[in-house]
Design a protein around this ligand. Structure first.
Ligand code: UT7
Length: 350
């Protein structure tokens, strides 16, 4: 059975830099608070009108495809991970297929939040190993800046997130010293609501529950999914109990990294680089200390880009590779934790 290798990688971040101080215009926060609690100094925000989650994905994908030495028409499957889709439906996969003038190939959308890229990579890996496809494009892209609460009410979340995209092309390899060794996916929905965006959604909001369906008038029937009252009550923004998420994250990150190493009879000392989802620099540092990894073994760039959810791992992986921190044969571990909760890891030989 062949393994999957990353044949090409690309990233894209918008030009517009938004510093911590730029946020002061909207909310009661400080550069000191943000840096001390998260390590973030600045993030990028997409152009309001010209850039979408899909267009950023296309930018990253174009580079990845070019580096793989193929054309968009040779891609035979797309997996697109995002929590900021251009439309509620259809997903970004088909929009990218159209924008890149690809053949009428399959396009799968993955909604696994911070773990989205590893979930997408794992799906693509199975299709390559089974021999079904030869060139799979895995894209992760997020345009968070369009859907955040920029008032003081939303400051615990808004200061964290940034926009950007990353992409890889997966191809089969018979080289036993290369490729994805294993992926490990997990979920626990018991805490689904503590890091979530509830609306728009088909769960019954409180005002829907208060009435019998027969008593609804025409306007109310049309407002169950998205209503003025939801917007008036700021129910259209992400919610997070940050400390509760932090507590579980620092437990699951090391566990899922060790799961990947143990499954392959490897140790932390074998790792050339560990690339954690860029959730919070303090989480990455905690994980580094817990696993006794040295500074050269962990890659962080949250300081420049904030938390770009699904896109953070491919962006960091691409940057690390471009900086020469990953060479052929190096052992790299990707690990993520986030909303769901979902968490995941992938171990690969570059
Ligand atoms: O990638 C998705 C997964 N997400 C995560 O992994 C996030 C995990 N959690 C975190 O990263 C941290 O919990 C945060 C960075 C979100 C928050 O840091 P924290 O140290 O846990 O702060 P906190 O939420 O406990 O809030 C401490 C104080 C509060 O004020 P009081 O009640 O002590 O007076 C907050 O209101 O800090 C206040 N606060 C802020 N102050 C200034 C919250 N956000 C801000 C802000 N600026 N942006």
């Amino acid at each position: 059975m062949p393994r999957s290798k990353i044949a090409g990688i690309g990233m894209y971040v918008p030009k517009n830099v938004f510093t911590n101080n730029d946020l002061l215009k909207f909310m009661d926060t400080t550069d000191e608070w943000i840096q001390e609690r998260t390590g973030i100094k600045e993030r990028r925000y997409a152009d309001r009108t010209e850039e979408t989650t899909t267009t950023m994905g296309v930018e990253a994908a174009t580079i990845a495809i070019e580096r793989a030495g193929i054309t968009p028409q040779e891609i035979d499957f797309i997996v697109f991970a995002t929590i900021c889709p251009d439309y509620y439906f259809p997903g970004c996969g088909v929009l990218l297929q159209r924008a890149m003038k690809m053949k009428e190939i399959g396009a799968l959308d993955v909604r696994n939040q911070c773990s989205g890229f590893i979930y997408a990579l794992s799906v693509a890996d199975q299709f390559i190993k089974s021999g079904m496809y030869k060139n799979i494009l895995v894209v992760a892209s997020e345009k968070h800046s369009f859907g955040l609460d920029f008032s003081t009410r939303g400051r615990n979340i808004t200061v964290i997130f940034g926009d950007g995209a990353g992409a890889v092309v997966l191809q089969p390899t018979e080289d036993v010293n290369r490729g994805i060794l294993s992926t490990h996916l997990h979920s626990d929905g018991n805490n689904a609501e503590i890091l979530a965006m509830y609306n728009p959604g088909t769960h019954a909001n409180h005002w829907v529950k208060e009435k019998k369906l027969a008593d609804f008038d025409e306007a109310e029937m049309g407002e169950m999914f998205m209503s003025h009252s939801m917007i008036d009550n700021a129910q259209n923004f992400p919610n997070m109990d940050g400390p509760a998420v932090f507590k579980v994250a620092v437990e699951k990150f090391p566990a899922v990294i060790m799961e990947a190493l143990t499954a392959n009879n490897l140790q932390t000392t074998d790792l050339k680089l560990m690339i954690p989802h860029q959730a919070n620099l303090r989480i990455s540092q905690f994980v580094q200390r817990k696993l006794k990894l040295n500074d050269d073994q962990v890659y962080n760039n949250i300081q420049k880009f904030g938390n770009t959810t699904a896109a953070s791992i491919p962006i960091a992986l691409c940057e690390a590779w471009e900086q020469g921190k990953i060479k052929e044969g190096d052992l790299v571990c990707l690990a993520a934790f986030g909303s769901g909760f979902t968490w995941a890891s992938a171990l690969l030989k570059w």
